[in-house]
Write a protein that binds this ligand. Structure first.
Ligand code: SF4
Ligand code: SF4
Length: 358
């Protein structure tokens, strides 16, 4: 996608609204400045939802290094989404192949454990690609190399092209909270949804022959605790730096609404796909570049154009806003924005019961 195309669509597709026919929209904000790439979120999700046959290769939550190929490899160039902000024509997309996701490798455990081999532990069949193969590689030249981590789940989009792509209406957006789900009884495994999602966040189960995807841990947010308590999605609850805010986009008192709508510092990934994601990111800061003798110079370490390619042109203003508030606090002033970004109070971080009494 060219920058011009991104510019053209940027304004229309960063509009924040709830889809027609949806009462409230669940949303998540992730602060990329806090992600340490530990994959705890990935494992929390995997243990809960994708351990069964045919789902071994799936990571409904994955964390990839940027710049980097991502998971599945090259997903950002795999098409899908919408041709225009009218959401009437879908853009053609591709279905990644097994190698792009990375096959599960078989290791030489048996030889080492039971047959006395002194070979190092390694995959049996010449592994050449897999999730996080290019972890921490990043880009740039020393001493100005850079990378950051990008955690990704399904965006539970306001205009989900995966839903439109399914000729069986097996995918749908829940009226009560906008979560996008696959009805397993209706799905026939045609994989149009995999092709139609530009984020490649629907997966085909090769055993059940049906599609599967992130369900925003809906049993948890509906209240599965012994006393009917709600829990945030496992990826959010388990995150050591607690970088995910979970709630509703239309909860005007909540931090998500403030970060997205009022301060406009939380941005959707690749808005040019036009699906209007409901997962938002606080873009990453990095120290300025260094000269060879270690002096800091006023040049962005992460090229601004790279961030524009990921988050659209709004990233310039978002970074300026955060910087201005940071300076204000450094000079002894107060900033609601900085408090929102640093708040570790679970009652504010996860606001899932605000619409329960309606
Ligand atoms: S991210 Fe993809 S799978 Fe999720 S709702 Fe959007 S289009 Fe559908
Ligand atoms: S658990 Fe949190 S810090 Fe660790 S990789 Fe996931 S989002 Fe990043």
């Amino acid at each position: 996608m060219s920058t011009d195309q991104q510019d053209e669509q940027g304004e229309e597709d960063t509009l924040v609204n709830v889809a027609d026919g949806v009462d409230h929209q669940v949303a998540m904000v992730m602060d990329l400045n806090k992600c340490i790439g530990c994959q705890t979120c990935t494992i929390a999700c995997k243990n809960l939802w994708t351990e069964d046959g045919g789902s071994e290769y799936m990571y409904w939550n994955n964390v990839e290094t940027k710049p980097g190929e991502g998971y599945p490899r090259g997903w950002e160039d795999s098409g899908g989404g919408w041709e225009s902000g009218e959401h009437s024509d879908r853009s053609p997309g591709e279905i990644p192949d097994e190698e792009d996701y990375g096959r599960a490798w078989e290791f030489n455990h048996e030889e080492i454990m039971y047959e006395g081999s002194d070979e190092p532990l390694r995959p049996r069949d010449g592994a050449e690609w897999g999730p996080n193969w290019d972890e921490d590689q990043g880009a740039g030249e020393y001493p100005n190399s850079y990378y950051f981590y990008l955690p990704r789940i399904c965006n539970h989009c306001t205009h989900p092209s995966c839903v439109e792509a399914c000729p069986r209406s097996a995918l749908y957006k829940r009226q009560e909270d906008g979560i996008v789900l696959v009805d397993q009884d209706r799905c026939r495994g045609y994989r149009y949804c995999v092709e139609g999602c530009p984020y490649k966040k629907v997966y085909y189960n090769t055993v059940s022959k049906k599609s599967e995807k992130c369900i925003f841990c809906y049993p948890r947010i509906e209240g599965e605790g012994p006393e009917g308590e709600t829990f945030a999605p496992a990826c959010a609850e388990e995150c050591p730096p607690q970088l995910r805010l979970v709630g509703f986009l239309d909860d005007e008192e909540g931090p998500i609404h403030k970060l997205v709508n009022e301060y406009e510092v939380a941005l959707p990934l690749h808005p040019e796909f036009r699906t209007q994601p409901n997962v938002y990111y606080i873009p990453p800061f990095a120290p300025g570049q260094h000269t060879e003798d270690g002096e800091t110079v006023d040049i962005d370490r992460i090229p601004r154009q790279y961030l524009r390619n990921l988050f659209g042109d709004s990233v310039d203003e978002a970074l300026d806003t955060i910087d201005a508030h940071r300076q204000r606090v450094r000079q002894g002033g107060e900033s609601e924005l900085m408090e929102l970004l640093q708040d570790k109070n679970p009652a504010k971080q996860y606001r899932l019961e605000v619409f329960d009494d309606e």
